[in-house]
Design a protein around this ligand. Structure first.
Ligand SMILES: Nc1ncnc2c1ncn2[C@@H]1O[C@H](COP(=O)(O)OP(=O)(O)OP(=O)(O)O)[C@@H](O)[C@H]1O
Ligand SMILES: [Mg+2]
Length: 308
């Protein structure tokens, strides 16, 4: 064995992948399989999307980084709320042949199956994205009033919950009344309190690494009559992470993970509809390095199965 060149085994997953379980859904990045009546298997691929379009190419290590980050937070926030993680060990997935097991190592989460609520639990600590658009029109976000004069990227007086509906295409912002009507008061109160505490914890931990958690989305479901945190957690796919050094009020700070790709795409003759352009391998490598850097900063190591 040479042992010098890094091992990079891209996993693009999707409907054609040889995973021996029923594929329940395939999102932009993750594939969800049914393990049994009470358990799902999440496989996070190396697919990357920008402007809501999935690129043809994968980003090395991305799926493993996202998996490692989610699992890391799940393990460290059980004191706040119960979550769906059962195991991140590929050995705990039954019936995989040895080569598939190595391909999936570091990309899988075995989770408890829950009944997802029809609300996405968005928490915002800074002014950005659709929140900024709504605030600049109405002075509030999802019915939460905010002081006048806030600029893009400004830190909010305190983190706020700004729920949306959960739609296949575009989620719609809703206010507290509508969210309560969808999930019931007890579920709403439990999920809101957990979401705000998780955001607080996440923001503190990331700040120590020089990263600003601008906003994030949690999902909660019902499992055995209890409120359970599900889906992914505090990853750069479900959150807006900013490099603290580049947060300037009045600007739209670059995204920690995707800015390199977005900037490059903006320079291409492309209308942001599929099919996307062929992405320059040097760009993919730089994006990959960003993900690895984030994983090491946060969890202290490269993800399992990836040789950095
Ligand atoms: N423990 C769980 N039990 C049941 N469903 C879950 C659980 N955790 C997450 N889910 C659901 O699994 C789905 C994961 O889908 P995924 O995020 O991969 O794609 P998507 O949300 O359809 O699209 P996108 O690529 O835009 O995120 C979501 O609908 C989520 O609500
Ligand atoms: Mg999703």
């Amino acid at each position: 064995m040479m042992g010098t060149s890094p091992k990079v085994d891209l996993w693009l997953g999707g409907a054609g992948a040889s995973v021996p379980f029923p594929l329940l859904s395939s999102g932009k990045v993750r594939d969800v399989y049914e393990l049994d009546a009470r358990h799902l298997l999440f496989v996070t691929s190396d697919r990357i999307s920008a402007f809501d379009v999935v690129m043809r190419e994968g980003v090395a290590h991305k799926g493993r980084v996202l998996t490692a980050i989610s699992a890391w937070w799940f393990e460290r926030t059980r004191d706040i709320v119960e979550n769906h993680l059962v195991s991140a060990r590929v050995e705990d997935v039954p019936g995989l042949d040895p080569s598939l097991r190595e391909s999936l190592r570091g990309r899988v989460l075995v989770v408890r199956r829950a009944r997802p609520s029809s609300v996405e639990w968005v928490v915002r600590g800074h002014m950005a994205g659709s929140g900024w658009k709504e605030y600049s029109r109405s002075g509030s976000i999802c019915g939460v009033p905010l002081p006048p004069g806030l600029q893009p990227a400004a830190r909010l007086p305190q983190p706020i919950l700004t729920p949306t509906t959960k739609e296949a295409a575009h989620d719609v912002p809703i206010d507290e009344r509508e969210a309560r009507a969808r999930v019931g008061d007890a579920f709403y109160d439990a999920a809101k309190s957990a979401a705000l505490r998780l955001f607080g914890r996440g923001g503190e931990v990331l700040a120590r690494e020089g990263i600003v958690l601008a906003d994030t989305k949690f999902e909660f479901g019902e499992c055995d009559g209890r409120v359970m945190l599900i889906d992914e957690m505090l990853t750069p796919d479900s959150s807006r992470f900013w490099d603290a050094r580049h947060v300037v009020e009045g600007t739209s700070p670059p995204s920690w993970d995707k800015q390199i790709l977005r900037d490059w795409l903006e320079q291409q003759p492309w209308n942001k509809e599929p099919p996307p352009p062929v992405v320059d391998p040097a760009i993919l490598e730089r994006v990959s390095a960003r993900y690895l850097e984030l994983c090491v900063k946060l969890t202290g190591q490269a993800p399992e199965g990836a040789i950095a």
